[in-house]
Design a binder for this molecule. Structure first.
Ligand code: URA
Length: 239
């Protein structure tokens, strides 16, 4: 059984009495960003982790977490200085996004993250990659991909809510790199990771960035993340 991650008091600084909750395991990779462990995020994660949560609430709550991930992910894209004039005729020295983007979802669970990306980036192009376990070799196998023709010129937001061993994510990045996408232009957005997956993935691709909501304690003997939330795709789509 994996070591239990520490519990920490969670809450705003102005409150003296704060509840304790298990927060994300700390990971020592410069290219991994874990969302701030706010009371809101922990409460949302507590809903989707709960086995008694019904599909409607699971979908609604996952979508809220995905929205937080997308908003944080966009902070890692390049911006340039951009001054605008306000309705009262004054200049405001701001920023604008630079560069074209596209989403790529790792089917099927990653497709659940597409709408969150569309909600923030209107008419964003979205590619798909299907990777499944080969029953004979137990290794991940590429079954299908459909990617924008000009993907090599874009920043890619790679979408998969669960990072377990990292096998599928690694294969997906290999596909993107084979289509000419430089590693430093890939951003992996993820709801729940574990130390094994983070280590395998982030150390293999030190130039890409990972944005995750939480790094859990580990994997069980069936490679489910623990304590985890079960099978994300089943809970989002079918259960
Ligand atoms: N995929 C899931 O849906 N859940 C896990 O725990 C691991 C991989």
């Amino acid at each position: 059984m994996a070591e239990i991650a520490p519990t920490k008091s969670v809450g705003p600084e102005y409150r003296s009495e704060k509840p304790t909750a298990t927060i994300s395991t700390v990971v020592e990779f410069d290219n991994v960003t874990v969302l701030p462990q706010t009371p809101q995020l922990i409460a949302l994660l507590s809903i989707i982790r709960n086995r008694d949560t019904q599909r409607g609430d699971f979908v609604f709550t996952s979508n809220r977490i995905i929205r937080l991930l997308v908003e944080e992910g966009l902070n890692h894209l390049p911006t340039v200085e951009h001054t605008v004039t306000t309705p009262v005729g004054r200049p405001y020295e701001g920023l604008s996004f630079q560069g074209k983007i596209c989403g790529v979802s790792i089917m099927r669970a990653g497709e659940a993250m597409e709408q969150g990306l569309r909600d923030c980036c209107r008419s964003v192009r979205i590619g798909k990659i299907l990777i499944q376990r080969d029953e004979e070799t137990a290794q991940p196998k590429l079954f299908y991909d459909k990617l924008p023709d000009d993907i090599a010129d874009r920043w890619v937001l790679l979408l998969d809510p669960m990072l377990a061993t990292g096998g599928s994510a690694i294969m997906a990045v290999d596909v993107l790199k084979s289509r000419g996408v430089p590693e430093e232009r890939i951003l992996f957005l993820n709801v729940l990771a574990c130390p094994e997956g983070i280590k395998n993935f982030a150390s293999k691709f030190p130039s890409l960035r990972v944005v995750t909501a939480f790094v859990d304690q580990g994997l069980d003997e069936k490679n489910y993340i623990i304590p985890g939330l079960g099978d994300f795709g089943d809970r989002y789509y079918t259960r």
